[in-house]
Design a protein. Structure first.
Length: 394
């Protein structure tokens, strides 16, 4: 028996009975031991995340704005996607076109003069005012009913649930803070691409340096492959080995600045670009399963002593070292008050975006065999993007 009509009726009921906040920039503060996070309905986005540094000082490691009313302004100007959910399809779609079951769909081309679609089109999920389903002191859930937004086929109901918690860890049993993110999307009527991601920008040195090149390290032990692209970051259908491209090899811990130096002349982040803006594949060992929730990404700052360990069920991750930032967006005043204030503006390489997701443009590369990760219908299970971010100090 098809469940689509029942789910569609439930979706209508849920949206009708929940209370939309009076403002898309209303703040919802979540707290647990040693962690405070703030979210707003506009883009179901994270606007602040505070955890202790090695000296016990509360430190905001999320990049964005203190004044939440600035996020719509950002969309109309820089359009950074700071902290938002991006979708219905994160990252890029070649020629803003895809085919499902013999039907070809065209969605808005909103990048490179219309050559491709980025993060869902002209008005993606990051610009939508999500409905608040539930919230308490440590969690908040938002919902979005996508009725063929941006010409994507069919109707999709998504819930984004965020929670904070802490648990004893380490020899002294000190509380280790955790942020958990869960994006669940159900296709209600037609087969459709779904690939959401949280587009959070991080700075673990909390702008106590002008950038993150010299003090911040990355380790991705399972990322031995990456998706090769053309000069505008559209996949060319092939995979590369990170071991043969040192600027993208994080299978052992590496300082971000050393990696960026090794990308010079290789156009990894686009034509004539130095830096990282690449989609990595998370090839977990066979004995732990391709979609196992295990730590796949580690990052730490020598300046603050803050370490972040991310676990996810996703099989890919986009890493972007803020190569397009030009020093015009001010650092949050609250971050400057709580640090030495070495950086007054978000400079090139002043942050890093970490986007757990499936394969960029997988819907146009059937040879990869990832349709089960990116194409959903009423007959399939939901799309689930799950991640935890654990913080500690050293």
């Amino acid at each position: 028996m098809k469940t689509a009509p029942l789910i569609a009726a439930l979706a209508t009921s849920v949206v009708a009975q929940t209370t939309t906040t009076s403002s898309p920039t209303t703040e919802f503060t979540l707290q647990a031991n040693n962690i405070t996070a703030i979210f707003i309905p506009y883009g179901a986005r994270l606007v602040s995340l505070q955890v202790p540094d090695r000296n016990g000082r509360s430190t905001d490691v999320a990049v964005g704005y203190d004044n939440s009313s600035m996020y719509p302004v950002d969309t109309a100007t820089n359009h950074t996607y700071f902290g938002a959910v991006v979708g219905r399809y994160a990252n890029r779609i070649k020629n803003h076109t895809f085919t499902i079951d013999g039907n070809t769909y065209n969605v808005p081309g909103n990048e490179h003069g219309g050559l491709n679609t980025l993060h869902g089109g002209n008005v993606g999920y990051d610009q939508r005012n999500w409905t608040v389903l539930a919230h308490n002191d440590s969690s908040v859930s938002f919902s979005l009913l996508d009725t063929s937004f941006e010409n994507f086929p069919g109707t999709v109901l998504t819930t984004a649930t965020y929670s904070v918690s802490s648990y004893p860890s380490g020899p002294q049993g000190q509380p280790r803070p955790r942020l958990t993110t869960k994006l669940v999307s159900v296709a209600l009527d037609l087969p459709t691409p779904i690939m959401l991601s949280n587009h959070i920008y991080w700075n673990l040195n909390a702008f106590q340096a002008s950038n993150i090149l010299n003090d911040t390290y990355i380790w991705m032990p399972y990322s031995d492959r990456y998706i090769q692209t053309d000069g505008i970051l559209i996949p060319n259908g092939t995979f590369g080995l990170t071991s043969q491209n040192p600027g993208l090899d994080f299978q052992s811990p590496k300082r971000i600045g050393a990696a960026v130096d090794q990308t010079s002349g290789h156009d990894y982040c686009g034509t004539n670009c130095t830096g990282i803006d690449n989609a990595f594949i998370l090839d977990r060992p066979a004995n732990i399963g391709a979609d196992s929730v295990v730590p796949v990404f580690h990052m730490w700052s020598q300046t603050t002593g803050i370490q972040m360990d991310m676990s996810t069920n996703q099989q890919g991750i986009q890493i972007y070292t803020c190569v397009s930032q030009n020093g015009t967006i001010p650092v949050k005043p609250s971050q400057l008050r709580n640090s030495t204030g070495a950086a007054q503006y978000i400079n090139p390489y002043g942050c890093i975006a970490i986007e757990p997701q499936a394969y960029i443009d997988g819907i146009n590369n059937p040879q990869w065999g990832v349709d089960n990760l990116e194409i959903f219908s009423p007959e399939t299970g939901p799309s689930v993007n799950y991640a935890t971010y654990d913080f500690s100090t050293f």
